[in-house]
Design a binder for this molecule. Structure first.
Ligand code: HEC
Ligand code: HEC
Ligand code: HEC
Ligand code: HEC
Ligand code: HEC
Ligand code: HEC
Ligand code: HEC
Length: 305
């Protein structure tokens, strides 16, 4: 998250070239995101801009609708965003960051900075916390550890919920990530010495059309949606990859989901819909139905070599 001061925000790898149509950078106090999938904007009073054309998507370089709330007034910038996108957030109805009435509290620093991970809860000192649960304070939704879905795709920022439902729940995020380096742009945030093969040495993909595939193609498919989705039905995919890893080919696509309290959640496994059909849609690779993918003899031969 960064303030604009009348200028476009700056990023190490991406750009958000324009504010929403009809506004100048002087009308935007802060930009949230914009690093890899999408950006949201806070107006000159600190309210989150909502409605048609208020979210910028990096995939299409275009502006799309952001939530159903009309603008103005938009949404107050409060706990529901700030607890994960700002460091040292203190909610308040009377203290407003920068004196902006739309911001319902104050922060120590905008964005996720050192102290988001290294500050003791009471602010009295610094700490090294290597647990996945610490990362999960921001990489999870408040649904008692369940994996929330919408329209057949997993919702974003649920990496901790997904990992805890997967067979690799005993692992920390740092088994695969370096928290001081970026993952998305290949900056070394995925620790090279801890690749899949280091812990699963016998799982090697055999010939049969899959010679060029890597483990994550099937075990970490893009079935999470942050900003955009592609395809439809069994061939629908999102723009972000899941952390569930386990594939159960005996299950049908619908078995992945269950309903509870009016919401739809995912179990801790992927079916052939997630693991295979996003490629086997007749465009990326030969067309397969879910039944054909379930019956395919190709896959089990990847273990052991
Ligand atoms: C996303 C969470 C996160 C952020 C942000 C973060 N760190 Fe860390 N840091 C960690 C974790 C987790 C470890 C332990 C890593 C390990 O043991 O592999 C760590 C380790 C360290 C260490 C111990 C030595 C080392 O490198 O292992 C230092 C010093 C440190 N961090 C400083 C910083 C500073 C300074 C910043 C801001 C510029 C920062 N960290 C930002 C999570 C974070
Ligand atoms: C204070 C909340 C917070 C904590 C704690 C936190 N994250 Fe994040 N993390 C975020 C937010 C917000 C983003 C998205 C930032 C953006 O793109 O604007 C993010 C992005 C990421 C990304 C993708 C960006 C990249 O290129 O690497 C990874 C990977 C990640 N976090 C891993 C971790 C790990 C591992 C930990 C624990 C050591 C952790 N995070 C702790 C809030 C947090
Ligand atoms: C529970 C923590 C949490 C809350 C609450 C939260 N976010 Fe995020 N948000 C994240 C994390 C973590 C990411 C990056 C990982 C991901 O998308 O899976 C992210 C990603 C984003 C991105 C895309 C970042 C980029 O650079 O592409 C935007 C924009 C965003 N959030 C806006 C919001 C807004 C607006 C709110 C409030 C309505 C909000 N978020 C609430 C944790 C949170
Ligand atoms: C078994 C290894 C592994 C573990 C454990 C793991 N990750 Fe990842 N993660 C990956 C890989 C591999 C990618 C890159 C996927 C890709 O390139 O599409 C990734 C990507 C990400 C991203 C970027 C997603 C995106 O939008 O593309 C975030 C955020 C993230 N991980 C957060 C976490 C958090 C938080 C944890 C702990 C709760 C965690 N990861 C645990 C392997 C792992
Ligand atoms: C730090 C070691 C480690 C790393 C790195 C690692 N794994 Fe695992 N993985 C494990 C352990 C331990 C288990 C749980 C024990 C088991 O079920 O065999 C597991 C379980 C799994 C399972 C479930 C097996 C089942 O029972 O169905 C899959 C699939 C899997 N891992 C894939 C991956 C992929 C893909 C990667 C790379 C992105 C990866 N793993 C990286 C250690 C690791
Ligand atoms: C073409 C898709 C595909 C690729 C690529 C792939 N896997 Fe798998 N993997 C599967 C499926 C499907 C299963 C579930 C077992 C089955 O249906 O045969 C599985 C099962 C597993 C299991 C649990 C195995 C068991 O049956 O005990 C592990 C661990 C695993 N894979 C690791 C890996 C690793 C590591 C790589 C990369 C070297 C990899 N996989 C590449 C599709 C794939
Ligand atoms: C990353 C994309 C990708 C994923 C994921 C993937 N495949 Fe494939 N698959 C291919 C490609 C590419 C070929 C070879 C060229 C072609 O058939 O279009 C192939 C070939 C095949 C073939 C042989 C088709 C034929 O008649 O020649 C079968 C069967 C198959 N895959 C089954 C699966 C199953 C089952 C899964 C999930 C467990 C899976 N694939 C996941 C890309 C993928």
């Amino acid at each position: 998250m960064q303030s604009t001061g009348g200028n476009p925000p700056s990023y190490p790898y991406s750009s958000v070239p324009n504010p929403p149509s009809g506004f100048s950078w002087f009308d935007v106090t802060y930009v949230q995101g914009g690093y890899y999938r999408k950006a949201n904007f806070l107006d000159s009073s600190g309210y989150v801009m909502t409605g048609p054309g208020k979210q910028y998507n990096l995939a299409g370089f275009n502006f799309v609708q952001y939530t159903d709330t009309s603008y103005p007034p938009g949404l107050p910038y409060d706990e529901s965003c700030a607890r994960c996108h700002a460091t040292g957030w203190k909610p308040s109805t009377t203290d407003h960051q920068d004196g902006l009435p739309g911001i319902m509290g104050t922060w120590f620093e905008a964005g996720v900075t050192c102290e988001a991970c290294h500050r003791l809860a009471d602010g009295s000192g610094i700490v090294l916390n290597n647990s996945a649960a610490k990362c999960g304070t921001c990489h999870a939704r408040p649904d008692g550890g369940q994996i929330e879905t919408q329209g057949g795709l997993i919702m974003n920022y649920e990496q901790y919920d997904e990992l805890m439902k997967s067979p690799m729940s005993t692992h920390t995020c740092q088994d695969c990530h370096s928290p001081h380096k970026n993952t998305v742009y290949g900056g070394g945030g995925r620790v090279v010495s801890h690749t899949c093969i280091e812990c699963h040495p016998s799982r090697i993909v055999r010939p049969g059309g899959h010679e060029t595939l890597v483990c994550t193609d099937c075990h970490k498919p893009p079935v999470v949606k942050s900003a955009v989705q592609y395809g439809s039905g069994d061939y629908k995919r999102g723009d972000t990859s899941t952390h569930i890893f386990k594939i159960d080919r005996t299950k049908n696509p619908a078995d992945m989901f269950y309903s509870s309290g009016g919401k739809t959640y995912a179990h801790g496994f992927l079916t052939v819909r997630e693991a295979c059909l996003y490629c086997h849609d007749g465009i990326e690779a030969v067309y397969l139905t879910a039944a054909q993918a379930k019956a395919s003899p190709i896959v089990p031969t990847h273990t052991p070599y």
